[in-house]
Design a protein around this ligand. Structure first.
Ligand code: ACO
Length: 331
């Protein structure tokens, strides 16, 4: 049978850093409140002519270089994002920018679970045959959808991109060992950014025109519910993925969760009895970068030489939908 393995990673972040003290100038908050409640100190935000697609392409380029795979050997580009530059999708623009002339491309929208769902999707394509190299990119710019007057949400998010190259291999070399994924639309109202409609055309007396889509509302979140959901569901999901992989949690080398809140990370690690030294965290520097957070942190620890060939990494994403899922990776 066909297995799949990760053969490269890359990442990119915007230039501008916004610190907690900077935020304290625009909303009533403090460095202390934000650090204690979330672990976040800085985040990056797109400015000027930086684009989400630009970040995504840079991250993907890094993954191809590490893997020593040429752009024209890529068969498929999967862009996991909830904030594309184009409502019709951003994957094809990255395919063009990278020169992946033999690849087709599409987007996956699943907020903070996007990267895990993208990874699962890539392995299914490879298992089905006919795909050798698949780029999975997690990229988000939630700064575009944040209400910068809402201190409950604007302190949390940052913009970034991360990417991995997933390659077909024989099943003995399989590097994606187990998965688990869920949706529960009943929790949709806990975290969303709804499409808003301009009903002016309806209310001016004529019903000839359909209501126009005008934009999306800012992120609305019930922080405490999302917190409880993550701490309840993520450990169960990781345990299910470990079971599929046939690996006990004691032999995990690294725990890499979606970087939403340090208290969530600590609580999940505690429930799984994974010691502090095995927990990967970089959210102090970048905040919650949604679909980008897992590949961004992965790329950092790979390039730092912390994660080494053969290490087992338990990863999990969770967020809007509600969606959540886990992947057990052998690097
Ligand atoms: N600075 C100062 N005070 C604040 C701030 C702020 N930035 N934000 C809220 N407060 C106040 C509130 O108004 C409230 O005041 P009150 O008691 O006078 O009403 C008080 O602090 C407590 O507010 P809570 O919302 O109860 O604070 P909590 O301890 O739950 O922390 C937080 C809020 C950090 C958002 C937390 O709930 C959390 O991290 N939840 C998880 C959210 C998350 O990770 N979402 C993303 C996951 S999914 C995805 O990635 C898209």
């Amino acid at each position: 049978g066909l297995g799949s393995k990760l053969v490269g990673s890359g990442s990119a972040v915007p230039k501008l850093t916004i610190s907690n003290d900077d935020l304290a100038q625009i909303v009533e908050t403090s460095d202390e409140w934000i650090s204690v409640r979330t672990g976040i100190r800085n985040r990056r935000v797109l400015t000027g002519n930086e684009t989400l697609g630009g970040l995504a392409a840079e991250a993907a380029k890094g993954a191809l270089l590490m893997a020593e795979v040429e752009a024209d050997a890529v068969d498929l580009v999967i862009l996991c994002t909830s904030t594309p530059d184009d409502l019709f999708g951003g994957g094809s623009q990255i395919q063009r920018d990278l020169g992946c002339k033999n690849a087709w491309a599409f987007d996956i929208t699943a907020a903070c679970s996007g990267f895990i769902i993208g990874l699962i999707t890539a392995t299914r394509f490879i298992k089905g045959g006919g795909f050798q190299n698949i780029l999975v990119i997690g990229a988000d710019a939630l700064s575009r959808n944040v209400d910068w007057t809402d201190r409950g949400t604007c302190i949390l998010f940052g913009d970034a991109a991360g990417a991995v190259l997933v390659q077909a291999c024989n099943s003995e070399e399989d590097g994606l060992l187990g998965f688990d994924v869920h949706s529960d639309g009943n929790g949709h109202r806990q975290l969303h950014a709804l499409a808003t409609y301009d009903h002016a055309a309806e209310s001016n007396g004529t019903r000839l025109f359909p209501p126009k889509r005008s934009s999306y509302s800012c992120i609305q979140m019930n922080g405490q519910e999302v917190f409880r959901f993550a701490v309840r569901c993520v450990p169960q999901s990781i345990e299910a993925a470990l079971e599929e992989a046939g690996i006990p949690s004691s032999s995990i080398d690294w725990l890499l969760l979606h970087q939403a809140n340090q208290r969530i990370i600590d609580a999940v690690a505690g429930r799984l009895e994974i010691p502090h030294e095995k927990v990967i965290s970089n959210l102090a520097n970048y905040g919650n970068t949604s679909a980008a957070s897992i590949p961004l942190a992965l790329d950092e620890v790979v390039r730092a030489g912390k994660v080494q060939a053969g290490n087992t990494i338990a990863t999990a994403g969770f967020g809007a939908g509600l969606t959540w899922g886990s992947a057990i990776i052998r690097w």
